[in-house]
Design a protein around this ligand. Structure first.
Ligand code: NDP
Length: 416
């Protein structure tokens, strides 16, 4: 499969486009489509500035409202794109997926579908949207890989790798996401503020003893000791990957922990308590209807604009506990990513980088046939070995820490 259509022109799309360009011998022509044509063009300009293209090839910007299924189908056909990487807002997933099913193009995204009118979904969330199109994908022989960013995405592959190759029985998986970087602004979110806040204003679902457990945000705090970033406080948070991994892996306890500083929590609580994170419209004294969350988004820094001054590192990984040969075992599979190195390479910060690189690795595995399965899958349902191997050479190396020490993971060698 060749020729890629990237939907969206935000921070993650910027990384996806650069990495596609770096691998265009395999991926073919690259098209970027978003509502704002100028944003697509700016990405193309930055690819040209950095000389990111592996070989001469087509790189083109398009204006598109991806909620319009017919317009999206038209563009997929007109550009002869066989792979669509949806890194626009998660409100677009079901429309873009429908366009892929109708045209036969492979579909990839990095976040679960969201309905703008709902902040909380009954778990497993995927069953409310994407999984309803499973049969349609199968009938049309369309490959759809859901949630293939870092988390969800790489952390799902780590979980699968651990279940298959490191343990006889897995008791718990704790996914830990720490951004120890600093952007130097008073307050900012690292990706779309609207999506970011929605993640933390709803019920925190976790998977405990093979059942869903509801918690409140910032209810459970834990300090983790992680490589490079050191001791870091993280809070139990609801997250996409729990909604699939709980159903696919047969592991009784799966939790997600996100690191937050005191300052972030204070500002977040003030905004929330004032009602400024609400997605419900309010009427101003002048009779205008506004959505508070959209106003907050409009005044906060654009996440992509944080990149030039971002310093420090991220550490994201899975801490897995279980047994091997009758002995208790603990393994940490993780990646450390440096904000400044990402900026030097592609002009982005590490949050966008860690989300965008896996999506391109997945596209490459579809292009060469390895992951071109002709049906819908979450990442943990696919073979993690080629994925981890490929990312080791694409700027997202995987490390393993266990009783034997801390080392780069060579997934082929460490099998068994
Ligand atoms: P941004 O907000 O920076 O970008 C979103 C883009 O989507 C914008 O370019 C916007 O276009 C475009 N868009 C929105 N609506 C439409 C539409 N109707 N038609 C066409 N384009 C549209 O987000 P990010 O780049 O930070 O994030 C992108 C995705 O990646 C999100 O789904 C996010 O949740 C996910 N993500 C996943 C991570 C992971 O590890 N799995 C980590 C970080 C993010 P315009 O600007 O022109 O209006």
């Amino acid at each position: 499969k060749r020729n890629v259509l990237i939907i969206g022109a935000g921070g993650v799309a910027h990384v996806v486009a650069h990495k596609c360009a770096q691998n265009n011998a395999l991926l073919g022509n690259i098209h970027i489509a978003s509502r704002t044509l100028a944003k697509c063009q700016a990405i193309i300009d930055s690819i040209e500035d950095k000389g990111s293209m592996q070989q001469p090839g087509q790189l083109k910007a398009h204006a598109l409202d991806a909620m319009d299924v017919e317009a999206t189908k038209f563009l997929i056909r007109a550009t002869r794109s066989q792979i669509v990487i949806n890194v626009g807002s998660p409100f677009l997933n079901m429309s873009v997926l429908a366009a892929c099913i109708d045209t036969g193009a492979a579909y990839l995204d990095t976040a679960i579908h969201e309905d703008p009118a709902k902040v909380c979904e009954t778990p497993p969330w995927y069953a409310n949207y994407e999984w309803k199109r499973r049969e349609a994908c199968k009938d049309a022989r369309v490959t759809a890989v859901l949630g293939v960013g870092f988390d969800p995405g790489v952390v799902n592959a780590y979980a699968r790798y651990a279940v298959d190759h490191c343990f006889d029985q897995v008791e718990s998986i704790d996914i830990i996401d720490i951004n120890a970087g600093s952007h130097g602004r008073y307050f900012a979110t690292n990706f779309d503020p609207e999506i970011n806040f929605r993640e933390f204003t709803s019920t925190v679902w976790s998977w405990e003893d093979n059942a869903w457990k509801a918690n409140a945000m910032f209810e459970h705090r834990k300090e983790w000791d992680l490589p490079v970033v050191g001791k870091s406080a993280a809070y139990l948070t609801g997250h996409d990957e729990l909604h699939s991994m709980s159903q696919t892996l047969g592991v009784p306890n799966i939790r997600f922990w996100m690191g937050f500083g005191e300052h972030y929590i204070n500002v977040f609580n003030v905004l929330k308590n004032l009602g400024l994170l609400s997605e419900k419209p309010v009427r101003t004294a002048r009779g205008q209807e506004v959505v508070p969350l959209e106003v907050v988004k409009a005044v906060l820094p654009d996440p992509a604009s944080l990149a030039p001054n971002y310093t420090g590192k991220t550490c994201i990984g899975d801490l897995i506990k279980g047994t091997r040969n009758g002995q208790a075992r603990e393994v940490l599979l993780y990646n450390v990513c440096d904000h400044e190195a990402c900026y030097r390479e592609v002009g982005s910060q590490a949050i966008s980088y860690t989300a965008g690189v896996p999506a391109v690795a997945a596209a490459m595995l579809i292009a060469d046939g390895t992951w071109d399965i002709g049906e819908m899958a979450n990442v943990e349902e696919l073979d993690p070995l080629p994925f981890i191997q490929l990312m080791n050479g694409m700027g997202l190396p995987t490390r393993i820490r266990d009783a034997a020490g801390d080392r780069l993971l060579d997934p082929e060698r460490e099998v068994g």
